[in-house]
Design a protein around this ligand. Structure first.
Ligand SMILES: N[C@@H](CCC(=O)N[C@@H](CS)C(=O)NCC(=O)O)C(=O)O
Length: 279
């Protein structure tokens, strides 16, 4: 793991401990000895210290990289630098704001072995299966479109009904302000900008819980679990897993949530533990 100015994780963790989070402006450059350059550089969004990963789409990619077992390292990018990093890597935006303007996002992976860069978590999953077919498959070839539809469905389930204020982004104060303003201006989502009473929060937690019913019902088609298709894992589980990792990092009721819907979120999250390493 390293940060966009190229320092490695041990050094950066130390910096974080000493002086707190710093916005790092310079471009990625490898700190690895040429002999040890990893196959893939994976760009994720940085939190405040102590550094942890919290963004759902990058998490989908981390879980996928770990499941495949490819050699990679993470570069953490401050939220405010995402656009610059994406532009510098020459990766066109894969999302637009509702007003049609470009929305610069992560994850991105850069495969040094094949000289290829990908900038969307679903494209990355397809790419990894395509280029590394000898490693465990993420998406069975016959279910690519179904996986694409499921990805959209899961993203919608976790983002609907205006309860986003329940999720506390681990960002520094300035970044939080800019992020909240962006969510309001671009998506009309009041993310943490209004004071919520304890009673309202309780109601919103219930709304969020019921938002998940549709997804929980999909899982219930297979009683044995912990994965969508019972004992065998596919990328669909990592899609949900990406969001569960965000819940774990940002939702104060995560421990409670693990027991919702018959405990399926907790069981799935536990089953994915072996793929959560931050490398
Ligand atoms: N379709 C894209 C969506 C990526 C995305 O929305 N990433 C979010 C983090 S989960 C992001 O980078 N947001 C940047 C921002 O809010 O400025 C993918 O699956 O990679």
């Amino acid at each position: 793991m390293s940060f966009v100015d190229g320092r490695d994780s041990a050094e950066l963790r130390n910096v974080f401990r000493c002086v707190g989070f710093r916005i790092l402006q310079t471009l990625p450059r490898s700190t690895h000895h040429p002999m040890t350059t990893p196959h893939i550089t994976f760009y994720d969004i940085a939190s405040v210290a102590p550094v942890r990963a919290f963004a759902p789409n990058p998490w989908k990619t981390r879980l996928a990289l770990n499941y495949k077992g490819v050699d990679y390292e993470t570069v953490f990018v401050p939220l405010m630098d995402v656009e610059k990093v994406r532009r510098d890597l020459d990766v066109p935006p894969c999302r637009l704001y509702p007003d049609g303007s470009s929305f610069y996002t992560l994850p991105i992976i850069r495969d040094h072995h094949h000289q290829i860069i990908k900038g969307d978590s679903f494209d990355i999953a397809l790419y990894l299966d395509d280029k590394y077919p000898h490693l465990p498959r993420l998406i069975p070839p016959s279910s690519i479109s179904i996986h694409a539809a499921f990805n959209q469905f899961v993203d919608t389930v976790f983002t609907r009904s205006g309860v986003s204020h329940l999720f506390k982004m681990p960002l520094d104060a300035t970044t939080t302000q800019i992020f909240q303003k962006k969510m309001m201006d671009k998506f009309n989502i009041p993310w943490g900008t209004t004071i919520i009473t304890a009673e309202q929060e309780k109601k919103d937690v219930e709304i969020f819980k019921s938002n998940l019913n549709d997804l929980a019902n999909v899982f219930r088609c297979r009683d044995e679990g912990p994965f969508l298709e019972g004992a065998s894992l596919s990328y669909a589980d990592l899609i949900v897993g990406g969001w569960l990792m965000m819940m774990e990092e940002t939702f104060s009721k995560w421990d409670e949530m693990k027991g919702w819907h018959g405990g399926l979120w907790g069981r799935l999250s536990d089953a994915l533990d072996q793929y959560k390493e931050i490398k």
